[in-house]
Design a binder for this molecule. Structure first.
Ligand code: 13P
Length: 278
């Protein structure tokens, strides 16, 4: 069932589990995430990033992912990740996305607050949830992208109070798109942020965070964690393997079968790590 995750992520922040949102790039990984979620009876988010939105019009993503989410046996949100473009966010909302992220993290805080507020005002009318970002999580493959590597607690308080976002992404040492788990998480800052704000926290860069740190985060007011690279790697590595193993095969539906299973396995593993009740 389609869901904007407002209540579920709030509950997760106050419980011993975290809802994972997964970046997907096509039908195969989207349906794999939903199958894993159904098998474990967990809610999740199918997230589209800039690369995916550049690859296929957002309206097509909305129709495809919304149909998958509506048929799912568990709550699924169709989410636009890291968007800096007001018009694209409006198109996503019109196309059936149930949550969106406005990323003003590289702007001065006043401008970030002003633009995030414009998005929350529109999104609320359509019952779409909004994620904002304060501080910024760098990218392993884009050197020098980020402004403030760690979120300042005062900024997080001001941002969440003034913007009315549903969830806030913070920077506490994570790095996007790491292929190995080598982020050093600053739990002192995470604790200080959670003790001073009333909104669920979102952690980006899930692929690069050590399993022990992910488990530790379930005890904090983290409601959502974003995971992308580890799924892309699982699909891509298995696809390369299949192509080498079956040099005569040209049917992509056959070639995609094992990579899709690899995505289900990685996704299930992440759901299990993020539930300390297990
Ligand atoms: P990773 O690709 O590092 O898992 O990060 C995903 C993410 O944070 C998307 O917003």
């Amino acid at each position: 069932m389609i869901c904007n995750m407002k209540t579920i992520i709030k509950e997760a922040a106050n419980s011993n589990y975290i809802v994972p949102g997964f970046n997907v790039f096509g039908y195969e990984d989207a349906i794999a995430v939903v199958r894993a979620a159904e098998e474990l009876n967990k809610p999740s988010l199918l997230m589209i990033n800039k690369l995916a939105a550049d690859y296929m019009p957002i309206e097509y993503w909305g129709k495809l992912l919304r149909a998958i989410a509506e048929d799912a046996k568990v709550p699924i949100s169709v989410h636009l990740d890291h968007c800096k473009n007001f018009d694209l966010i409006i198109r996503a909302i019109k196309s059936g996305f149930s949550s969106v992220m406005y990323d003003g993290s590289q702007l001065p805080i006043e401008e970030n607050i002003k633009r995030t507020k414009e998005i929350t005002k529109v999104a609320k009318v359509f019952d779409v949830s909004v994620e904002g970002e304060i501080g910024s999580v760098p990218y392993a493959d884009i050197p020098g992208h980020a402004k403030d590597l760690l979120t300042k607690v005062d900024d997080a308080v001001r941002f969440t109070t003034e913007t009315n976002v549903d969830w806030v992404a913070v920077a506490v040492g994570q790095v996007h798109r790491l292929q190995h788990t080598k982020s050093e998480i600053n739990f002192d800052i995470l604790k200080e942020i959670q003790n001073n704000i009333s909104k669920p926290i979102v952690i980006h860069g899930g692929s690069g965070i050590k399993e022990t740190d992910l488990i530790k985060m379930t005890k904090y007011k983290v409601g959502k964690i974003n995971v992308g690279t580890s799924l892309r790697m699982a699909f891509g590595e298995e696809l390369k393997h299949q192509v080498i193993k079956n040099p005569e095969e040209f049917d992509r539906i056959k070639l995609f079968s094992e990579p899709s299973k690899a995505v289900i396995e990685v996704t299930k593993k992440m759901f299990n790590i993020l539930d300390s009740n297990n």
